[in-house]
Design a protein around this ligand. Sequence first.
Ligand SMILES: [Zn+2]
Length: 161
Amino acid sequence: MYCEICGRPIEGEPIPVEVDKAVLYVCRSCATRYGKKVLPPPPQQQQKRPVLQRPKAAPRQLPLEMELVENYADIIKRARENLGLSRETLAAMLGVKETVLRRIEAGQLQPDFSLAKKLEKALGIRLLVEAREEGGAKAEGRLEKGLTLGEIAEIREDGEK
Ligand SMILES: [Zn+2]
């Protein structure tokens, strides 16, 4: 920051002064010489607060988050039928309404964590997986980490030699 009157670098804070109805930021000596009126310093003293930023759109980033397997509806229905349980019976075992179970089996309703746990126990199935395991089930077409498509093409070419 240079003094707007004498042009010398300002040591410390520039001082705002009113000169001919214009506000200039000047050095201390110019401020005392030319300034008709020394304005109060601009309110820059406040410490910048670190803004808490939540990561946007990163739903799969919680490593310990449990999530429902994608085909939970089929798994539940098949397991129930294998056990020879009627929907009413299973619903009663779970303590939910039959309509709830029906909607779950239709994939229209996701059981919450505790209900999914109950279903797992009642049917001997696995419905909840750690979210980070998700990619493992459908690894086909998954690319090695850190490889770009170009690099993969190069590797392929090398292999063909
Ligand atoms: Zn000056």
